[in-house]
Design a protein around this ligand. Sequence first.
Ligand SMILES: Nc1ncnc2c1ncn2[C@@H]1O[C@H](COP(=O)(O)OP(=O)(O)O)[C@@H](O)[C@H]1O
Ligand SMILES: CC(=O)N[C@@H](CCC(=O)OP(=O)(O)O)C(=O)O
Length: 307
Amino acid sequence: MTSPTTETGPAHERVVAAQGKAAVLREALPWITRFHGQTVVIKYGGNAMVDDELKRSFAADVALLQFVGLRPVIVHGGGPQISALAGQLGVSSAFVGGLRVTDEAMMDVVRMSLLGQVNPELVGLVQAAGAPAVGVAGTDAGLLQVRPAVGPQGEDLGLVGEVERVDTGYLDELLGDGFLPVVATVGRDADGHERNVNADLAAGAIAAALGASKLVYLTDVEGLYQDFGDPERQSLMSEVSADGLQGMLDAGELHEGMRPKVRSIVRAIGEGVPQAHILDGRVLHAVLIEIFTDEGVGTMITAGGPS
Ligand SMILES: Nc1ncnc2c1ncn2[C@@H]1O[C@H](COP(=O)(O)OP(=O)(O)O)[C@@H](O)[C@H]1O
Ligand SMILES: CC(=O)N[C@@H](CCC(=O)OP(=O)(O)O)C(=O)O
């Protein structure tokens, strides 16, 4: 009897195609084994929430991470979504050092957008993919305890919060019970007031407090560029050390939304998170490619390695 793989024709081609798919699954095995039971914090930036298909695909990918034994936590942003709602409601916003100056009216918009729109939508998409997602506000059970934040030159930012302490008790319970937390980054200060927390900074603090094995940022660029903004010289950095990043921060080489990500990564690595990644969330399955294949995508940041 001939084996199916030695035949020719459509049946043979189907087997070969299926073998290709099986090989992809097989390639994932060492990574699934390595990260089994490990916590991975994935920051889903508002700029990466480009369209419904991408959002659905992201949610299904994170559900898959859980099905194969990882403990994913989503921390989402929603900057563009907050700005859009603020525009519709006639509330204006200014940014200082990448942080949105937040007065009472803007705080209402932040709540409406993050807690009322972005979070429930993501929770619904992850649930639709079959995983038991739970929406969590940073104000729940002392998760994000914050103090008033100030700008780089000591500017008053209003109701912006800087993370002071993370109580992971609630997240630990949820993860231990098999739930998939989806965190909206509104925090609470010592006076009990809600404050707007930058999602990049919150994600790093949560990853460090949970003892995560990986911190992943999904954004709207391929990764971190050297000489960003100079079309002649700009190049993607595939790997960089936390020290190297600190050097770039000190030299003022990082701007806009990248600064809080990098600050947060440097801090999280200093607090024991072994590796962080900045990936292009506009690419389908970016998270799966990073975690489960041998391909390096985006920028990987580690404690050591080349700077
Ligand atoms: N060195 C750099 N490399 C890549 N992107 C950079 C760099 N410096 C600044 N940026 C900017 O950071 C942006 C990503 O941050 P942000 O707009 O806050 O997105 P997100 O919503 O994902 O948090 C990029 O679109 C880019 O304009
Ligand atoms: C204080 C502050 O800046 N908070 C952010 C919170 C949302 C966020 O961080 O969203 P992205 O990750 O999509 O940028 C804001 O108001 O835009």
